[in-house]
Ligand binder design. Structure first.
Ligand SMILES: *[C@@H]1O[C@H](CO)[C@@H](O)[C@H](O)[C@H]1NC(C)=O
Ligand SMILES: *[C@@H]1O[C@H](CO)[C@@H](O)[C@H](O)[C@H]1NC(C)=O
Ligand SMILES: *[C@@H]1O[C@H](CO)[C@@H](O)[C@H](O)[C@H]1NC(C)=O
Ligand SMILES: *[C@@H]1O[C@H](CO)[C@@H](O)[C@H](O)[C@H]1NC(C)=O
Length: 357
């Protein structure tokens, strides 16, 4: 009796499970075959909004575009640093976190800082209405007349170059493009700029070396050959945050007018346009695109860190502003992984990067 019951359960399991497992195998096989076919036939998918036939002459998209919303006093007073936070219309919470945290620092080491948020238009009328109210309250929003979307980020960054080179040339020395989920160590950044004492031909951030276009159509960074037809991208700076002197904004903008756009904003601006304009991007170790568990200690040495939710941004800023916030970071607790990272992997990675780039 007892055994028979177990046997029955087993058969039942087999009968129920078996066909399902076969389905899994079959679909896995089908997907692999499809991938192989796509690989060998070089079947090209198109990029959303930028199909094979679309015109990629950027002046067509931005020459007549003017800001719909604009801070009253934008670039009216001299500032050493103009920060442009690229944001999407719906990211109200992220913008508020930036305003309350690192973006609240308006004068650092005696130098004035100006900060604006840059976005395109929202398709939803309710979001659009909220942006209008937000801009009236904070007077720090620039909204350009194009549809804000991931595949239009190149338009956003090129419009940033246009704005800065037509409004801020003598009013600012540096422009810092940054995303709204980044944390910026402003005092450290200002110290770097002051110590370097150079405001010509500056283009710096985190270098991406010898990157290849991604051919997988499901990837966010998919880049078909009709967009870019070379094995490697020119070395470029990660779009999460890059900094340039104001003369460079003008040079990059002029270059953009002659180069067919690709939807990968950082590759286009800091790689292709920079190369065309004869500007050499520079990698600065303190510009990180990483995620760290113990971010407030990492910020002792770094200028940018990535992947911040608004809450974590507020927390980190609070921790940093406590007196002696870095003291706890010196505790001589021996962590083998941290030790390996700082004594072996980081120097190795740095020397390798120097060799390749
Ligand atoms: C990019 O912006 C243009 C101009 O507003 C718009 O026509 C187009 O649909 C947008 N593309 C995407 C992919 O959103
Ligand atoms: C900065 O550079 C200028 C000329 O390039 C020089 O005259 C000036 O003394 C420098 N300032 C500092 C603080 O090094
Ligand atoms: C890519 O370049 C090769 C050689 O330069 C050329 O034959 C080919 O037609 C190009 N493909 C596209 C899609 O532009
Ligand atoms: C792009 O369009 C503008 C204006 O229509 C034109 O003056 C320019 O020559 C075009 N550029 C290229 C590279 O085709």
């Amino acid at each position: 009796m007892f055994n028979e019951e177990i046997w029955n359960q087993k058969t039942l399991l087999k009968v129920v499970m078996k066909p399902r497992i076969e389905y899994v195998y079959a679909s896995a096989l089908l997907i692999s075959i499809l991938q192989i076919v796509i690989y060998f036939t070089n079947l090209e998918c198109e990029v959303e909004g930028w199909g094979k036939e679309s015109i990629r002459n950027i002046s067509l998209y931005i020459s007549d575009v003017n800001a719909q919303i604009f801070p009253k006093d934008f670039c009216q007073a001299y500032s050493m640093l103009l920060i442009v936070v690229c944001s999407a219309p719906a990211n109200t919470n992220a913008r508020q976190a930036v305003r309350e945290t690192w973006g609240s620092q308006k004068t650092v080491l005696g130098e004035r800082i100006e900060l604006v948020f840059l976005m395109g238009k929202a398709l939803e009328p309710s979001v659009q209405g909220a942006i209008l109210a937000e801009s009236q309250q904070f007077n720090d929003i620039i909204q350009e007349d194009f549809t804000d979307s991931y595949y239009n980020l190149t338009l956003k960054s090129t419009l940033m170059l246009k704005l800065a080179s037509s409004n801020c040339m003598d009013m600012s020395r540096f422009l810092f493009k940054i995303d709204d989920d980044m944390f910026v160590n402003i005092p450290k950044l200002m110290r770097l700029l002051i110590e370097r004492n150079n405001s010509e031909n500056v283009l710096l951030g985190k270098m991406m070396c010898r990157t290849q276009p991604i051919k997988d159509p499901t990837s966010k960074w998919y880049c078909p050959a009709y967009m870019f037809n070379n094995t490697y991208f020119p070395n470029f700076l990660s779009g999460t945050g890059y900094l340039m002197s104001l003369d460079v904004t003008k040079k990059l903008y002029n270059a953009a007018l002659t180069i067919p756009l690709i939807h990968l904003e950082d590759v286009y601006i800091t790689g292709m346009c920079a190369k065309n304009a004869g500007i050499v991007p520079e990698t600065v170790f303190e510009f990180s695109t990483g995620y760290f568990e113990d971010e407030s200690c990492e910020l002792k040495n770094l200028i940018t860190i990535h992947y911040f939710t608004p809450d974590r941004m507020r927390q980190t800023f609070q921790t940093l502003n406590k007196p002696g916030s870095f003291e706890k970071c010196h505790e001589p607790i021996f962590k083998p992984t941290a030790w390996l990272r700082t004594t072996l992997f980081l120097p190795l990675a740095r020397s390798r990067r120097k060799r390749i780039c």
